[in-house]
Design a protein around this ligand. Structure first.
Ligand code: ADP
Ligand code: MG
Length: 349
């Protein structure tokens, strides 16, 4: 994982811009009915007819958002797509197209770009998304990737951040904090590797954490599960920056407060053991860790029986009046105010 696997090297200059575009896009085939024209013209053409169109973009920069010393390029390509699909799913929509723009320095050979696109293609195939275009250019240093995802939803299905109501239940899919701890493990191994490149890291106890960091999966399934349960969320957001920051977005846009219960936060056993090892508070990690790409949403309290006991979801609290604030109820039954700074020590720049 810490080694550069590229043995063969073909320089990008040799290939030229059009050669590179042809090379990386030739294995992509558009499958969705809404894709009328994909790669190859001045613009892609979509036909979303009666549905509403969802559009979202993220920009990832080497050294800021990822570190190639432990992030294999194939994983990076996969993750760049996941980050964007997650935003479409957070609107309760179906993602159908992506565009991918890259800027690469000549330090990267063609084989590196192939790896990146292998990850992009795996993500597109797995999530039924068409690559419909992008742009390719050079950078003076490092690699930049910008992905735009396009999705659709009926007007009735779209869920915004601003619909949470007093007494609604606060629900989260999956578990929290693992991706952040995966990053801590990888950072530690990077330091060990620097000192002794022959040291073979033993990562068996951290497989889930590392997978959550390097190969996150966006929650494409949640919209379908909720539909089956006949539950429509009143608000929803994906967890990219950490639970605490995301619940703040929902509360401020919905003009409500919240109560989150510490003992309800879903934690994987590997998160609990790694927190002990790294001497980190698991609640802090769950609240501020980020990059989990789970969905956080609110549902009317009348839906309690439908959500309770569903293995995909945890009910972690409820919505209260705006003037009652944003609160964490601790295991000792104390109420602490959820604060961006107070609960953001992990993000120290
Ligand atoms: P233009 O000159 O109109 O910008 P380009 O030569 O940049 O066109 O791109 C040709 C086609 O290849 C377009 O359909 C464009 O969307 C697509 N494309 C360019 N770069 C990428 C990329 N990195 N990934 C996917 N598609 C790309
Ligand atoms: Mg172009």
């Amino acid at each position: 994982m810490l080694e550069d696997k590229n043995t063969q090297k073909t320089s990008l200059a040799e290939l030229g811009e059009f050669g590179l575009i042809n090379h990386i896009t030739k294995y992509f085939k558009a499958e969705n009915a809404t894709t009328v024209k994909a790669i190859g013209d001045d613009a892609a053409v979509l036909d979303t007819s009666e549905k509403q169109t969802l559009v979202t973009t993220d920009l990832l920069i080497e050294g800021v958002h990822f570190d190639l010393s432990y992030m294999p390029l194939k994983h990076l390509g996969y993750k760049a797509i996941m980050v964007n699909l997650s935003d479409v799913y957070a609107m309760n929509g179906v993602a159908e197209q992506v565009t991918v723009s890259i800027a690469v320095s000549n330090r990267f050979p063609l084989e590196a770009i192939e790896e990146l696109y292998a990850g992009i293609q795996l993500a597109c195939n797995t999530y039924n998304v068409d690559l419909i275009g992008g742009d390719t250019t050079s950078s003076t240093k490092g690699i930049l990737i910008s992905v735009t995802a396009i999705g659709k939803a009926t007007k009735e299905d779209v869920v915004y951040r601003n619909g949470a109501k007093e007494t609604d239940l606060i629900v989260v899919s999956g578990d929290l904090g693992a991706a952040y701890l995966g990053l801590q493990v990888l950072e530690r191994e990077k330091q060990v590797f620097k000192v002794d490149p022959n040291n073979q890291p033993d990562l068996d106890n951290y497989t889930y954490l590392i997978e959550r960091q390097l190969k996150p999966e966006a929650r494409k399934d949640v919209a379908g599960i909720l539909k089956e349960l006949e539950v429509k969320p009143t608000s929803m957001i994906d967890i990219s920056d950490g639970l605490s920051s995301e619940i703040m977005h929902i509360c401020s846009q919905s003009k409500v407060g919240c109560k989150i219960y510490e003992d309800k936060l879903p934690l994987d056993p590997q998160v609990i053991s790694a927190c002990e090892e790294f001497e980190l508070d698991s609640t802090m990690v769950a609240l501020s860790g980020g990059e989990d790409y789970e969905l956080l949403f609110t549902v009317p309290i009348a839906d309690f029986d439908k959500i309770k006991g569903n293995p995909n979801f945890s009910i972690i609290g409820h919505i209260i009046a705006e003037n009652q604030g944003l609160n964490l109820v601790t295991r000792a039954n104390q109420e602490i105010e959820l604060k961006a700074q107070g609960w953001n020590p992990l993000k120290g720049e």
